[in-house]
Design a protein around this ligand. Sequence first.
Ligand code: 5AD
Ligand code: SF4
Length: 438
Amino acid sequence: MSKQEKKLFIQTLGCQMNDTDSQHMIAELKEHKNYTTTQNIEEADLILINTCSVREKPVSKLFSEIGQFNVKKKKSAKIGVCGCTASHLGHDIIKRAPYVDFVLGARNISKIKDIVDKKGAVEIDIDYDDSTYQFAQNSNNLYKTSVNISIGCDKECTYCIVPATRGDEISIPPEMIIEQIKKDVDKGAKEVTLLGQNVNSYGRRFSDKREKTTFTKLLQEVSKIEGLQRIRFTSPHPLHMDDEFIEEFAKNPKISKCIHMPLQSGSTKILKAMKRGYTKEWFLNRARKIRDMVPDVRITTDIIVAFPGETQEDFEDTIDVIKQVKFDQIFNFKYSPRPNTAALKLKDLEIADEIGTKRLMEVIELHKQHQSELMDKNVGKTVTVLFESLKPNGEVAGFTDNYCQVFVKGSDELLGRFVDVKVTNATRTALKGEVVDK
Ligand code: 5AD
Ligand code: SF4
């Protein structure tokens, strides 16, 4: 007897880990519970919201959002709250919003097929180990895939709620990672993104007893996969960017030449208060080495302004690093006090909101100048692009090897191919060009 097909509406907030978690939940529910996705909340039988708790804003939006879901949904439809806010608020979610059917923490995603039928269930165990769980497969992009290489995070950055929502770090066995990527490549993937909260600390702890390994070794193994043409990873930690790793990044032709180096602050004093484990000088040394060894590299970063105790002088250090490194992209944040974090103890040193806003604006303005300067340098160059999507305006979009977005006029015959493009135009965030070789 064929089971009746049901509809799933899923909303995903937060980081790329959350995107992958959502893909896993979609696949599990499809395989085991006969759900297919819908964009129309009114026809959904199940509504999932995969939440982020890294800053306060998305958390406060959660309750108004699920309230709206509750108004729009079919009477029989269930609502599940998943992800990091589910981990940190747990039972309180159902207390505050009793129409929520279940709560599933970020570390418990593999339990989705069971919890979905348990009214009132709350699964938020942050010690739960699903590092060897074989998820059903689902993909939303034919040419790109993302594979988790670890779960959790062992760092103790004093501002960050993630260790409290995702638990300790456990690496996924390399053979599982390789097998997964091979399967995706067989289905047409050309590019993989290796995902973890702290990818370059990979290989220190597995759920079984086995020899330790390193992220550099994993990169070497992954790059042996035939048919796989581009490897990306996020997020690495600047502290673990040793020479061996940087050399592999520079010389391995399959590795995309775009690297995320989350600076957070340019002040050694603040970095210490954040427990980041490196100094301003170490960061600059690593960035310089990468720029020297990889001429076209794009470097992206995360910056938090107005961490408690950040003086004008500390902030000037951040500006100084931005000026020296000239990041290709900056994700800026104003410090947001989070529950279960050590920085809460620094409450007395918190910075006035207007100062935080002013500092944020200064970073944004400086970065805009750098972005224009860096992007303009591409005009006239020929770059290789992996095309991945057709746009409604007839353009085809893809990314260069250093992960800059490019648009050209063209058709679906470009999709899934690496094609040379002459750049004719640059904005701060993307390039336009013409195909020079088909
Ligand atoms: N306040 C502001 N930004 C934060 N981030 C993490 N925690 C906080 C916080 N409490 C930022 C960091 C991190 C990115 C994912 O989010 O810059 O790298
Ligand atoms: Fe991702 Fe962190 Fe947000 Fe969780 S809290 S979704 S790990 S960014």
